[in-house]
Design a protein around this ligand. Structure first.
Ligand SMILES: N[C@@H](CCC(=O)N[C@@H](CS)C(=O)NCC(=O)O)C(=O)O
Length: 223
C-alpha cells in the first residue's frame, strides 16, 4: 500500500488530490505542525532526512519533492491520463508549469510570508522600526514586483487556454494549485485576475479535489 506522509494544511494536499484523480489506493499518514513554530514535527525526519512533506513511501521506495512524487505516481498509474504525450506543445507546457510551481512561484510567496512575519514579530520596541524598515524594503524592491509579474503572466496564460498545459486538465494544474491558493491567502490574488480565480473555482469543484479534502483534514488554502 502506498503511504502519503501528509503534513496538515500544507502543499502535500496536492498529492492526495492527484491520487484521487488517478484513483490509486493509498493510506494517509497525517502529521501535525508544531503549534508555536508551525514547522513539521520531528517524526517526519524518520521518513526522510529533510523532514518535510510531502513524502511518499511505496514498499522500499521513498520519494520526496512534490514534482518528483507527481511524476512517480503518473508512471505508477501507467496510463497517459493527466500527462500530455511527449513531443507535443502541450507536453512542453506541462513540463514547464510542473517545474514552475515549486521552482519559480513558491520562492517569492515564501519570502512574502517570512518578511510579513518579521514585520509583525514581537520584539523590543527599539528594534521594531528597524525590522519593519528592512522587511518593507525587501518586499518593495524584490518580492512584490516579482509576485505581480508572475501573477500577471499566469493570468495571461489562462486567458488563452483552459488549463496550464492546454485544453485538457493535467498534473501541471495539480502542481499549480498550491502557489495560486497561497497567493490568495498571502499575496493579494483576487478578482482583478479573473482567469486565475476562475481556475481556482474550477479545481475546487472537482470531485477528486473534494474527496482529497475529506482524506487530508482541514485545509485553510481552499477557503
Ligand atoms: N519543494 C518541496 C517543499 C517541501 C516543503 O517545504 N514542505 C512544507 C509543507 S508546506 C513543509 O514540510 N514545511 C514544514 C517545515 O518546513 O518544517 C516540495 O514541493 O516537496
Amino acid at each position: 500500500m502506498l503511504n502519503i506522509h501528509h503534513l496538515e494544511d500544507s502543499r502535500s494536499q496536492r498529492v492526495l488530490w492527484l491520487l484521487e484523480e488517478l484513483g490509486l489506493p493509498y493510506q494517509v499518514r497525517r502529521y501535525e505542525r508544531d503549534r508555536r513554530t508551525m514547522l513539521a514535527p520531528p517524526e517526519l525526519l524518520r521518513v526522510h532526512p529533510l523532514g518535510k512533506s510531502p513524502v511518499i513511501t511505496d514498499g522500499s521506495v521513498t520519494v520526496a519533492e512534490t514534482g518528483a512524487i507527481v511524476e512517480y505516481l503518473l508512471d505508477l498509474d501507467g496510463s497517459s491520463r493527466l500527462r500530455p504525450a511527449a513531443g507535443t506543445p502541450e507536453f512542453l507546457r506541462y513540463r514547464y508549469w510542473l517545474h514552475f510551481a515549486e521552482g519559480s512561484a513558491m520562492p517569492p510567496l515564501l519570502l512574502k510570508l517570512i518578511f510579513d512575519r518579521v514585520a509583525s514579530a514581537p520584539m523590543p520596541f527599539f528594534a521594531k522600526p528597524i525590522a519593519r524598515g528592512i522587511a518593507s524594503k525587501v518586499l518593495a524592491l524584490t518580492v512584490t514586483p516579482n509576485l505581480t509579474r508572475q501573477l500577471d503572466f499566469m493570468d495571461d496564460e489562462l486567458a488563452h487556454r483552459d488549463w496550464f498545459a492546454g485544453q485538457e486538465f493535467s498534473a501541471a494544474d495539480v502542481m499549480m494549485s498550491f502557489p495560486l491558493e497561497a497567493a490568495v491567502q498571502r499575496a493579494g490574488l483576487d478578482a482583478s485576475r479573473p482567469h486565475l480565480m476562475d481556475f481556482l473555482q474550477r479545481i475546487h469543484a472537482r470531485p477528486a479535489y473534494r474527496r482529497a479534502l475529506e482524506r487530508g483534514g482541514p485545509y485553510s488554502f481552499a477557503e
